[in-house]
Design a protein around this ligand. Structure first.
Ligand SMILES: O=C(O)CCC(=O)C(=O)O
Ligand SMILES: [Fe+2]
Length: 350
């Protein structure tokens, strides 16, 4: 049975995101590069059109649907566990969405960039059989395209930040081990839930850049899905490297609006994260723009985390797991740069 959800309602308010044309950015179009810079430094979120990954995105959503159809006990054999590793399956209700310990309502499958690129060799872990079936034909090509898109945008940020050529690229090398991953997310239909009930709690992303796809379903609070447009956003690592010049903004997932709430919600993200042993701190020695931003910040010390990308990531993943919850302090231990944020990106859908 195929059930097609109704279109995103026209009367739901949203935060306007700038639309960036990837092909123009790629060929060095000044105006488009300036628009990307404006989006990444102001809101930290933007639409990306002409990214060329539509076929791979659909394949990834098919892979996600086949995986989620497996019996729960089969999926749980590949659960990510409680020690901070994230590759593998995460069941709905395994994470808290806030400091009261309220449970999340999304399940997802995370596939490591390293495992996808090395397939059929295993670098980090094994996966449910639909993941294996789609590795060569879908997950690997999607991973390669997503890496390419995010690395192109990182090159733009590198130049705009006045960093020596290749600085950001060197921190995100394709074949160095990292926590970079694809994530396919399913939220079960929930027409009875309040529209602001968090399915995935308010957070900033843990890595550098996220490349997100929605297939016309709402639920990323404050944003409207546009056909063929990805939503991209800056994460904590890039905000830290840039001394806060690039903005890692808070977002959350709520039930899709109105009639869409009665349907399954699917989304797909590729997260580019720095290589595991990269220290998360502002690159002040390499850029006067970054040095100045840190100097002018009310609390320069927050740009030196003394954590590697991997330990930052493990900590954030570990302490949002309800199995590791001892009280509100666990939630606070799972936080990244959220406290830096003055204003939330999300506006309430109504
Ligand atoms: O599903 C979405 O729209 C967003 C997912 C997200 O923010 C995340 O997984 O970090
Ligand atoms: Fe996110």
């Amino acid at each position: 049975m195929t059930t097609v959800p109704p279109p995103f309602p026209a009367d739901v308010s949203s935060h306007p995101l700038l639309i960036v044309d990837y092909q123009l950015v790629k060929i060095g179009n000044r105006k488009e590069i300036d628009k990307l810079w404006e989006a990444a430094t102001q809101l930290g979120f933007w639409y990306l059109k002409n990214h060329g990954a539509d076929v791979e995105v659909q394949g990834m959503l098919d892979m996600g649907a086949e995986t989620m159809k497996l019996p729960l006990d089969e999926k749980l054999k590949f659960e990510q566990g409680d020690d901070g590793h994230s590759f593998g399956y995460k069941a709905a209700g395994a994470n808290a969405v806030d400091d009261t310990g309220l449970l999340d309502s999304v399940e997802y499958i995370n596939v490591s960039k390293d495992d996808a690129l090395a397939w059929p060799q295993t670098v980090h872990r094994t996966y449910p059989s639909p993941v294996n079936t789609h590795m060569e034909t879908t997950i690997k090509p999607f991973t390669q395209k997503a890496v390419d898109v995010n690395m192109t945008m990182l090159r733009v940020f590198n130049d705009k930040l006045g960093l020596p050529q290749g600085t950001l690229a060197n921190l995100h090398r394709m074949y160095e081990l990292s926590c970079s991953e694809s994530r396919c997310i399913r939220k079960a239909p929930a027409p009875e839930q309040p529209p602001d009930q968090q399915a995935l709690g308010a957070h900033t992303d843990f890595g550098s850049l996220s490349f997100l796809h929605h297939n016309m379903m709402g639920g990323l609070q404050g944003s409207v899905p546009l056909p063929g447009h990805a939503v991209c956003n800056v994460g904590d690592a890039l905000a830290l490297f840039s001394g806060g010049v690039l903005r890692s903004n808070i977002h959350r997932v709520v039930p899709p609006p109105k009639e869409q709430a009665a349907f399954e919600r699917w989304s797909l993200v590729f997260f580019t994260r720095p290589a595991n042993d990269v220290e998360l701190r502002a690159l002040t020695e390499q850029s006067s723009i970054i040095a100045e931003a840190v100097e002018n910040s009310p609390d320069p010390s927050k740009f030196s985390t003394l954590q590697t990308a991997q330990s930052w990531y493990y900590r954030r993943t570990k302490y949002q797991r309800v199995k590791n919850r001892t009280g509100p302090e666990s939630w606070h231990q799972s936080r990244g740069t959220e406290h830096n944020e003055q204003k939330a990106f999300a506006v309430t859908a109504n």
